[in-house]
Design a protein around this ligand. Structure first.
Ligand SMILES: O=C(O)C(=O)C[C@]1(C(=O)O)C=C[C@@H](O)C=C1
Length: 168
């Protein structure tokens, strides 16, 4: 029985994957705060110069790691954040929502939360990258992500964020 199922990763590798998924979830948890700050300010969700700044920083910090892999991963985190933010904006638009009170400042309060996660994500990617080709690892990551990473908008942002680990 179950011969068709891929093998589960060993406990240490599974724990490393769970840790990365927790960090992905923590980063995605910041998106609603970003969305509120931008809703109040009227600023665009997409900020290519800010993305470029982060990509340049991670490329510099990630020596030894494949630059294409790291950049693809972070771009996927931006794209997941934007999908979540745009979904929230569409919801608030439809509800005729007004400005939110007590929203943290994007530059002073919110982006530092993302910046604090960046080196943790890079450290976790270092651990995970050599394990990604193990049989069963992709399957494990994708199924575990459903329990660990937030599920907004039918899981679209979650799927986008996790897909960034794989080339296709
Ligand atoms: O900092 C912002 O303005 C965000 O919206 C967050 C974020 C990110 O995930 O880091 C996502 C989309 C933007 O294009 C730039 C950066």
């Amino acid at each position: 029985a179950c011969q068709h199922l891929p093998p589960a990763p060993n406990p240490a590798d599974a724990a490393a994957a769970d840790h990365l998924l927790q960090l992905i979830d923590q980063r995605l948890d910041v998106a609603p705060m970003v969305a509120k700050a931008k809703w109040n300010s009227g600023g665009a969700v997409n900020d290519p110069p800010r993305e470029q700044l982060i990509l340049d920083a991670v490329t510099a910090q990630a020596s030894g790691l494949d630059a294409v892999f790291v950049r693809r991963f972070f771009q996927a985190q931006f794209d997941a954040s934007k999908a979540l933010q745009l979904g929230l904006h569409a919801q608030w638009q439809q509800q005729g929502a007004g400005k939110f009170s007590d929203v943290p400042d994007l530059g002073r309060d919110v982006r530092p939360l993302l910046d604090r996660l960046t080196p943790q994500l890079i450290a976790s990617l270092r651990q995970i990258q050599p394990l990604l080709a193990e049989p069963g690892m992709r399957n494990y990551i994708e199924s575990r992500s459903i329990s660990i990473v937030r599920a907004d908008f039918d899981g679209l942002p979650r799927r986008m964020a996790v897909a960034g680990l794989f080339a296709n």
